[in-house]
Design a protein around this ligand. Structure first.
Ligand SMILES: Nc1nc2c(ncn2[C@@H]2O[C@H](COP(=O)(O)OP(=O)(O)OP(=O)(O)O)[C@@H](O)[C@H]2O)c(=O)[nH]1
Ligand SMILES: [Mg+2]
Length: 306
């Protein structure tokens, strides 16, 4: 089977950097290592210092204005484990022609092409950020909307931290379709594939309305009422964007990066706290005196992000 997969653009991950970081793109463009290249500092517009705001409070699952306390402390101490070395996976799904590729290209390359070129199979971009002083990278997967390519795309959904479900604000059939897909979960097409490949509750879901530039303010608000309702049902955060004008695109991906980063750090803290080495079989050692005090702030209590 031929898998159509295009790799990251060469200027994003220069081969020399990739080799230094142990990344091998081979001839297919497919990356074989999850190490992040040791490149130059990330560009200024990828530096996230404060918790990015949501699009609207009604469409948002969490209104916090700061990073989780444990995450802030871990970042200050630069004890975020392997988070800065790994790639977090973001998968963009939705009907054909809704603007998935355009959205990703606007963010990653700051370009917009009005000509439609259907995505064949899957494609990905790697985008480097610095979040709260820690390097962080997203691997953003663009999938094909055309039915005949879906089986290829579904193989790449595994391990996603974020699923971005897109629909076209000017074609509400694509929102209806998203609803049908959601309502028929666990049997509904692309969301089924994306969610089934991942543990329940481990992915952030976003619902994104595209082509905002083509609607008047009033028409957009009208379309958004329905979309926000569905987003709430899906427990997804809602955004409206335009790849053509770039409206909300950077703000949206900053939010995606910050939420995914925060969860990665919390998961890493939890993993490390549960992986303390145990000596012997665990019931032969008796502690005398008082155990050393542990600060509550150092102990991750849950993975909850609110
Ligand atoms: N005006 C406007 N047109 C857009 C916008 N986003 C995408 N388009 C246009 O919509 C068409 C489809 O965009 P794509 O990004 O290729 O759509 P896609 O979802 O990737 O399609 P598939 O790869 O087939 O699944 C193209 O002609 C784009 O130029 C937008 O924000 N505004
Ligand atoms: Mg596409």
């Amino acid at each position: 089977m031929v898998i159509a997969l295009r790799g990251p653009r060469q200027d994003a991950v220069p081969e020399a950097d990739a080799a230094a970081a142990g990344i091998d793109f081979g001839t297919s463009g497919r990356m074989r290592s999850s190490l992040v290249p040791l490149g130059p500092p990330v560009s200024q517009d990828r530096v996230i210092t404060s918790f990015p705001k949501c699009y609207t409070p009604a469409a948002c699952l969490q209104l916090r204005e700061h990073f989780h306390g444990q995450v802030s402390i871990a970042c200050q101490r630069r004890s975020t484990g392997t988070v800065g070395l790994r790639l977090s996976k973001v998968v963009v799904v939705g009907d054909l022609y809704v603007g998935k590729t355009s959205l990703i290209r606007r963010f990653c390359r700051n370009v917009f092409d009005r000509n439609y070129k259907a995505t064949i199979g899957v494609d990905f971009e790697i985008e480097r950020f610095e979040v709260a002083g820690i390097p962080y990278s997203l691997q953003i997967w663009d999938t094909a909307g055309q039915e005949k390519f879906k089986c290829i795309a579904s193989a790449y959904y595994r391990g996603a931290q974020v699923i971005i479900t897109t629909f076209d604000l000017t074609d509400l059939q694509t929102l209806d379709h998203t609803r049908q897909v959601w309502d028929s979960w666990p049997l509904g097409q692309w969301l089924e594939d994306a969610l089934q490949e991942n543990e329940p509750g481990t992915c952030f879901l976003f619902l994104v309305g595209t082509k905002k530039d083509l609607l008047s303010g009033a028409a957009c608000e009208q379309a958004e009422v329905e979309a926000v309702r569905l987003a709430n049902e899906m427990e997804a955060e809602y955004w409206s964007v335009s790849a053509k004008t770039g409206e909300n695109v950077k703000a949206f991906f900053s939010r995606v990066a910050a939420l995914a980063f925060e969860r990665s750090v919390l998961q890493d803290l939890e993993r490390r706290s549960s992986a303390w080495p145990q000596v012997g079989n665990g019931d032969l050692i008796r502690m005398e005196g008082h155990p050393p005090e542990t600060q509550d702030s150092e102990r991750p209590s849950s993975l909850g992000c609110c």
